[in-house]
Ligand binder design. Structure first.
Ligand SMILES: [Ca+2]
Length: 322
């Protein structure tokens, strides 16, 4: 009997210790809640979507955003200052939103370990903020860390300070996962830009890990004409978002809003479905959380409703509109 059949037999007998597969909460059970303390680590300058995700998080009234750090995406075709470029955009967004009070440390510019493997951490102000914020999280609570790029800073923080593991819940966007076959594919941008870091997350026993694989997001797009029609001329951060699209991909009529989906799933957990699955077979075998679908239309509507409400209540972005 192979392992899966063995687990299936156990589950039929009511003995399975950790069932895997899509999870539906029983009615009346506790509903997932948005995090109260959130730290975002983003390779903001790599694409378009990070900026829209960060703005959405900054407009969440009940979330204490304890930090916004910058991530690298070094590869042979990238510029040689990727983390600095991400840092610049993070600082622009915070300034335009009047939130430079939020800590915004620089991340590491190189991957964990070596290009051929290894787990040696890459220390940085970003990793140190993660450690400090995790240790300052009150007993009984967790710090949610959302990684919107390569997980260099998050994996480094874990390696530098393993005591933070019980204090953090990690949400990462990366990899592909085919839930029907329970097959992983690490051939994806964020994972490839720090495979060592991704493996640390998979391999760390006791780490609460939620993975949003990119292959569930191909239909989660924004339209350029909607962005132009609704945001252009609104001033401040809104025109900055427009300018980012037009400078990065002026000929793209649509863009997949990868990182927006992860932030929406955090803020509005009812808009995404998560299951519990085994880590990839080459990693430490443990059960983690993996998203299997998102409600694209509802997430899109939520982002636009939040943006519209912010226009109508300009205090949220008044610093940038002055
Ligand atoms: Ca990203």
């Amino acid at each position: 009997m192979n392992r899966r059949r063995f687990l299936h037999a156990l589950s039929l007998a009511g003995l399975a210790p950790l069932a895997t597969g899509p999870v539906t909460l029983p009615s009346g059970g506790p509903a997932p809640r948005a995090p109260s303390r959130l730290l975002i680590d983003a390779d903001t300058a790599n694409e378009i979507d990070d900026l829209y995700a960060i703005v959405r998080a900054l407009l969440a009234p009940d979330v204490d955003l304890v930090g916004l750090s910058s991530a690298q995406w070094n590869h042979r075709l990238s510029p040689d200052d990727t983390v600095q470029q991400s840092q610049q955009l993070n600082e622009d967004l915070l300034r335009l939103m009047g939130r430079l009070d939020i800590p915004h440390p620089l991340g590491a510019e190189m991957i964990v370990g070596k290009p051929w493997g290894g787990t040696e951490p890459r220390n940085s102000p970003a990793a140190q903020l993660m450690i400090q914020a995790a240790r300052q999280t009150p007993d009984g609570e967790t710090l949610t860390i959302a990684s919107l790029g390569a997980a260099t800073n998050l994996a480094s923080a874990i390696q530098l300070a393993p005591d933070i593991v019980p204090k953090i819940a990690c949400y990462v966007l990366g990899g592909r996962f085919f839930a029907d076959r329970e097959v992983w594919d690490k051939n994806e941008f964020n994972v490839r830009n720090d495979l060592n870091a991704a493996n640390i997350l998979f391999d760390t026993e006791g780490l609460e890990l939620h993975v949003m694989p990119i292959n569930i997001l191909f239909d989660f797009t924004f339209r350029r004409d909607a962005v132009m029609e609704r945001l252009a001329g609104q001033g401040g951060v809104w025109d900055y978002l427009v300018a980012r699209w037009l400078s990065h991909s002026p000929d793209s009529d649509t863009w997949i809003m990868w990182d927006v989906a992860l932030i929406e799933a955090l803020l509005r957990p009812e808009l995404a479905t998560e299951g519990r699955f085994q880590t990839p077979p080459e990693n430490v075998q443990r059960t983690i959380h993996v998203y299997t679908s998102v409600d694209e239309a509802a997430m899109r509507a939520d982002w636009w409703a939040t943006a519209r409400a912010a226009h109508e209540t300009p205090s949220a972005t008044e610093e940038g509109n002055r």
